[in-house]
Design a protein around this ligand. Structure first.
Ligand code: ADP
Ligand code: MG
Length: 230
């Protein structure tokens, strides 16, 4: 509980800071990216390659700023009934289109609906499926399983065939900026947990049926959820 409190405080202070500075950083960053893209059109060879690196790193900064903003406003906007199966399938299709899934077999099973902010919910699913595909790697498998809960809520679990979470990393998974990836931001799970909590739900991690990690999003029944968002 102490650790959870520290994490909440860390989230809250990161959120406040983010709301204050993210906007200020976003504008110059947008200008940098705009100019880099103009230069890229004129450049060739080694210079073009260097500019590609500048562009990629600037985009990375944008992602961090976006993640910080998400932490500062995990639950804004109207809730509606969201069909979870369609939403999951759509998220998977979009990740596939963006070539973020590599050679990973992703299956979606089951169905249920939940009261949620569609865009926020999609963001959780996007983060979980992206992480699962990254963990599973080439030739791996990801399974998204949707089920109604006994209490009237719903759950979505994302399991992968990857190496799982190391015991020493388990309690840090949802910490802002915790990452074991060379190009990770460490914000995906922190943002996702903040959004889940804003919906009156939570995300839990354990070992799944495919041998790797399983992240389960639990959403409460409509009334509890809508109260949490109010
Ligand atoms: P990022 O993906 O940028 O590293 P996240 O917050 O999404 O940040 O995840 C934090 C860390 O949690 C990852 O770096 C990884 O160590 C661990 N993790 C998340 N999902 C999985 C998974 N499906 N299997 C194993 N480890 C995972
Ligand atoms: Mg991630």
């Amino acid at each position: 509980h102490q650790a959870q409190l520290v994490q909440h405080e860390k989230l809250a202070s990161v959120g406040r800071l983010a709301a204050g500075v993210a906007h200020e950083i976003n504008n110059p960053l947008g200008v940098i990216l705009g100019y880099v893209r103009i230069l890229q059109r004129k450049a060739e060879g080694a210079l073009a390659e260097d500019l590609k690196v500048v562009e990629e790193e600037a985009v990375r900064c944008q992602q961090i700023v976006e993640g910080l903003l998400d932490l500062s406003r995990p639950g804004q906007g109207p809730v509606e009934i969201v069909p979870l199966r369609e939403t999951c399938e759509d998220v998977v299709a979009r990740l596939r289109e963006a070539e973020r899934l590599g050679q990973v077999d992703v299956r979606v099973e089951g169905s249920a609906s939940a009261w949620a902010q569609p865009s926020r919910l999609r963001q959780i699913l996007l983060n979980l499926v992206k992480n699962a595909a990254e963990a599973a790697g080439t030739g791996g498998t990801v399974e998204v399983r949707i089920a109604p809960a006994k209490d009237g809520g719903a759950s979505v679990s994302v399991s992968d065939s990857g190496p799982g979470v190391k015991p020493e990393d388990r309690r840090r998974l949802f910490e802002p900026f915790f990452t074991t990836k060379s190009t990770g931001t460490g914000l995906g799970l922190a943002v996702s947990q903040a959004i889940a909590e804003a919906h009156g739900g939570r995300i839990e991690a354990d070992t799944g049926p495919l041998g790797g990690a399983r992240f389960t999003l639990r959403l409460p029944p409509a009334s509890a959820e809508r109260e949490a968002m109010a």
